[in-house]
Design a protein. Structure first.
Ligand SMILES: Cc1cc2nc3c(=O)[nH]c(=O)nc-3n(C[C@H](O)[C@H](O)[C@H](O)COP(=O)(O)OP(=O)(O)OC[C@H]3O[C@@H](n4cnc5c(N)ncnc54)[C@H](O)[C@@H]3O)c2cc1C
Length: 406
């Protein structure tokens, strides 16, 4: 498709590929037409490897590629659509602290900076700490993450892959650039792909429906009757946060929640959950939920919530009506809001032109890459969708990438 003229002029500036926007005016002061019309490209025209996403998985892959002597910004380019550092963590709600989250694993090599999430302030918002630590990490290792760069599609052009990205700036909110590359590491996480189960009547509800990724603070639900749906840590966290402010709270789960008696997650359950996810990823099946396998750790806060009758879940309702939710036995709960803490799916829409999905709806993964196209590596996918899993993926995927380049 032909680009509008001013978008092509930006390509003229592509030879200045490594300039940042901040330096744009100092680089192009002698050509007013270019200064006015065409911001300097944020992306180089080509590279060997593009990493999509600078969350735990993408940064971990970048770290190991650098250790294997690939040069950041030259041999590989990391892009992220987020405005700042922190991956999905930068978008999480302020009441989520490191103390109330699961354990957040350190990035590989982070000790070199004298930083660890283990010793971080567990009372500050996790989003602030993770964003700060990731920023220090990116700078220390010179990873040169390009942002905001949203990959819209990845497609074939001859033997190469083309990454088409939106690089909005003050001149144009829909500015597009392309990078030609040999390999792609997809580390795009799940945050923008919330899953909400279909329930009859869902479109008729007159109140507010919010998914985990739209939750800002409990204060938004003051004096409201709220139904929280979901059996994981996020749903439980919402129940505990909403308790002092909501007028009425109902917790609903699709299946009974298994609380691990220990404060830590049961090792056996964790291994089972990861094994199930791994088997699904290898077979290309849609991925099962991790919490289903691990259970929820019964911390002192959660144990107290169960004890006082707050964390006692009802089964899933069978219909949603304009004023609330109704169960199969006819009972009804009026609701001002429904919060869906019902999980996420891998965010892979931008890879659609490559047709990686199989008939079962999943992507079959072999040695870290898509079976349908081994130039596409998946980091942080399936069993790797946690900070510890993402770290492990980093080393394994980086090794495979180096092997594929040689
Ligand atoms: C509410 C919640 C709490 C969690 N708590 C924990 C926890 O305590 N411990 C734990 O280990 N795990 C936790 N997780 C799991 C979580 O998935 C991981 O912590 C971690 O965020 C995964 O890292 P990632 O790099 O795979 O994905 P992300 O952190 O999601 O990073 C993906 C990055 O890709 C970017 N991106 C996506 N699409 C594009 C695109 N098209 N173009 C450009 N960039 C793109 C995003 O901007 C983002 O920065 C939690 C998840 C949720 C939803």
């Amino acid at each position: 498709m032909r680009r509008p003229a001013h978008k092509q002029t930006r390509n003229l500036a592509g030879s200045l590929a490594w300039a940042t926007r901040a330096t744009r005016d100092s680089i192009l002061p002698h050509d007013p037409a270019v200064c006015l019309e065409s911001p300097v490209s944020l992306l180089p025209p080509s590279t060997q490897v593009v990493i999509i996403g600078a969350g735990q998985a993408g940064l971990s892959v970048a770290y190991f590629l650098r250790r294997f002597e690939l040069e950041p910004g030259v041999d590989f380019v990391v892009v992220d659509r987020g405005p700042g550092t922190g991956g999905a963590w930068q978008h999480r709600w302020s009441a989520l602290t490191l103390g109330s989250a699961h354990r957040v694993a350190d990035l590989p090599g982070m000790t070199e900076l004298g930083l660890s999430f283990e010793t971080a302030d567990h009372h500050r918002p996790a989003r602030d700490i993770v964003a700060e630590y990731y920023r220090a990490y990116e700078q220390h290792f010179g990873l040169q993450v390009k942002r905001p760069v949203e990959v819209m599609s990845v497609f074939n052009r001859g033997a190469d892959l083309v990454v088409n990205a939106r690089t909005p700036d003050e001149h144009d909110d829909d500015y597009r650039e392309e990078i030609v590359t040999r390999l792609v590491v997809n580390a795009s996480g799940t945050w923008q792909a919330p899953f909400v189960p279909y329930v009859p009547g869902i479109g008729d509800f007159r109140g507010r429906q919010v998914h985990t990724n739209g939750y800002v603070s409990a204060e938004e639900f003051r004096d409201q009757s709220v139904v929280v749906v979901g059996g994981g840590t996020s749903a439980i966290g919402f129940m505990l946060e909403l308790e002092p402010v909501a007028s009425d709270l109902t917790w609903v789960t699709r299946r009974p929640v298994e609380f691990a008696d220990d404060e830590r997650l049961s090792m056996e359950g964790g291994v089972r959950a990861v094994t199930e996810q791994d088997a699904a990823a290898r077979a290309g099946r849609p991925l099962p939920s991790i919490v289903h396998g691990t259970g929820v750790a019964k911390t002192r806060r959660i144990a107290a919530g169960i004890e006082r009758g707050l964390l006692v879940a009802r089964p899933m309702f069978s219909r949603i009506e304009p004023e609330g939710v109704r169960w199969a036995d006819g009972s009804f709960q009026r609701a001002d809001a429904i919060i869906w803490a019902t999980g996420f799916r891998p965010e892979l829409r931008h890879l659609a032109p490559l047709r990686l999905h199989n008939r079962g709806g999943g992507v079959t993964v072999r040695n870290g890459a898509a079976q349908a196209d081994p130039r596409i590596f998946l980091a942080g996918y399936g069993p790797q969708a946690s900070t510890i899993g993402a770290n492990r993926a980093g080393r394994a995927v980086a090794r495979q990438v180096v092997a594929a380049l040689s």
